[in-house]
Design a binder for this molecule. Structure first.
Ligand code: SF4
Length: 113
């Protein structure tokens, strides 16, 4: 396990966390480094595909992704680590921007009232 994965998992496995974390499939992974595949193979590389395969079977992926959006905020891809909610760091940065644009458009048109 790398220092990065230890730090990120510490963020995922805090006592008193919301109950969805108890059902996080990645907690059953024997090697947590699986979720920190690096960038060498690109978004479709084998290491990323292996991590996504876990996330794709995880019942709490939406909560996990929402949590990542909240925790990581507007950080760029270089400041996000690992696979969360089935998305790479770059994909989560793009997803954050997409959600922000959607919220702004909704606000501008009076949506959500
Ligand atoms: S979606 Fe992936 S990273 Fe998130 S809790 Fe599930 S297995 Fe873990």
């Amino acid at each position: 396990m790398t220092a990065t994965s230890v730090g990120a998992l510490a963020g995922l496995l805090r006592p008193g966390d919301p109950e969805w974390r108890d059902r996080a499939l990645c907690r059953a992974a024997k090697d947590p480094d699986l979720f920190f595949p690096g960038t060498g193979g690109g978004p479709n590389g084998e290491a990323v595909r292996n991590a996504r395969a876990w996330c794709n079977r995880c019942s709490v992926w939406a909560a996990c992704l929402d949590d990542a959006m909240h925790q990581e905020g507007s950080r760029g891809p270089g400041y996000r680590y690992g696979i969360r909610g089935g998305l790479t760091a770059k994909e989560r940065a793009d997803e954050y921007k997409r959600r922000k644009r959607t919220a702004q458009a909704s606000s501008a048109t009076g949506g959500g009232r």
